[in-house]
Design a protein around this ligand. Structure first.
Ligand SMILES: [Zn+2]
Ligand SMILES: [Zn+2]
Length: 373
């Protein structure tokens, strides 16, 4: 396919596709979630671009820990089933709806997974990650584990569709969401030059935190987990690592390695006990970041007197703002994406990709629509 620049005047009048509308098929293959452990590969009508909308031909889509948890434990009430999963995608702009400007046909692009409304109180405060009316790819609108994905007009209005520079690889571009979320978490946790940071979690999110905390000038970063292969990858990113058993006293083991209480602890695993461990570790005046959604009973117990006398801070970090997502795309080009060791799967092997992600056989399972070797 040849790409050409869109003419804003021409596209305002009519839907435009490279080579004309006939160049795109009527149907597509998609991985559709119907319920717990019920993910079906289906032939579906290809999405088309209505007014203000864009259609991307998906090139790659990462499988997120949240996709795997949803598949394994069942979708929450927010899911509009059946829905095409996937929110970490990069694609090529193949169709522009009437009125779309500034999005070149043929360009590569990615989109923030969460699309804020721009009107609610949270959006008006600039906290659009907390929007009360979020649309989310792969949750309540169809996502990127498909050959094509429709980008709603609201996403483009919000600045959440990002046209990628040529030099940014697909592999880097699909890391926009994880990088944006970790950036927000570390900033909320007041990580700065000279900080000592503990990250609980050894998956792709633990790795992203480790890389970004060092970028932000942290002097010491210790990542804690149980998976030796994953900790080895994190060590290659320059962070110290510690393997701990969940049943033992992780706080004691971590303090023994650090020799001091950390300035910031990020709890990035779904286990409420990890959050309690983080609270036990933190120095007076430090910050604990509740980064991960928790599985099972999410209650935690904290010592209210230590909170009062020690003036430490417990704060949540959820998702990232549209501005942080755009910043993350800029950052992605500077990070060593090779560390993420993506394993590529064709869409037809979606269940193998989910199984690899669930069993942690790969650090990052990614569906690629390009032929893979
Ligand atoms: Zn994700
Ligand atoms: Zn809103």
């Amino acid at each position: 396919m040849t790409s050409r620049r869109s003419d804003p005047i021409a596209t305002a009048a009519a839907t435009t596709t490279p080579g004309g509308p006939a160049a795109l098929p009527d149907t597509m293959l998609a991985a559709v979630l119907y319920g717990r452990a019920d993910l079906r590969l289906e032939e579906r009508p290809r999405p088309t671009a209505g007014p203000g909308e864009v259609v991307l031909r998906v090139r790659r889509c990462g499988i997120c820990g949240s996709d795997v948890r949803t598949y394994a434990r069942g979708p929450s009430a927010r899911y509009a089933l059946p829905v095409v999963l996937g929110h970490e995608f990069v694609g090529q702009v193949v169709e522009l709806g009437p009125g779309v400007e500034g999005v070149p046909l043929g360009a590569r692009a990615t989109a923030a997974p969460a699309i804020p409304c721009g009107r609610c109180a949270a959006c008006r405060r600039g906290e659009d990650n907390l929007c009360q009316n979020l649309l989310d790819f792969g949750i309540n609108i169809d996502g990127g584990l498909a050959e094509y994905v429709r980008i709603p007009a609201r996403s483009i209005r919000a600045g959440a569709l990002v046209v990628l520079p040529d030099q940014l690889s697909d592999a880097a571009a699909i890391l926009g969401e994880p990088i944006g979320c970790c950036l927000r978490g570390l900033r909320r946790g007041a990580v700065r030059a000279g900080s000592t940071v503990v990250v609980i979690g050894d998956g792709p999110i633990g790795l992203t935190h480790a890389i970004l905390a060092q970028e932000m000038g942290a002097r010491r970063v210790l990542c804690v987990g149980h998976n030796p292969a994953r900790l080895e990858t994190i060590a290659r990113a320059g962070a110290a690592t510690l393997a701990v058993e969940a049943t033992s006293d992780p706080a004691g083991a971590i303090l023994a390695v650090l020799g001091q209480q950390p300035d910031t602890v990020v709890a990035a695993v779904p286990d409420p006990r990890a959050l309690e461990t983080a609270v036990r570790l933190i120095r007076d005046g430090g910050s604990v970041v509740a980064f991960g959604g928790l599985a099972g009973d999410p209650s935690i117990t904290i010592d209210g007197n230590r909170l009062h006398y020690g003036e430490w801070t417990l704060l949540g970090s959820f998702n990232c703002t549209t501005a942080e997502f755009r910043e993350a795309i800029d950052l992605a080009g500077r990070l060593d994406v090779g560390l993420f060791e993506a394993t590529l799967y064709p869409l037809t092997r979606i269940s193998d990709a989910f199984e690899a992600a669930r069993t942690r056989a790969t650090l990052k399972a990614v569906v690629s629509m390009e032929p893979t070797a």
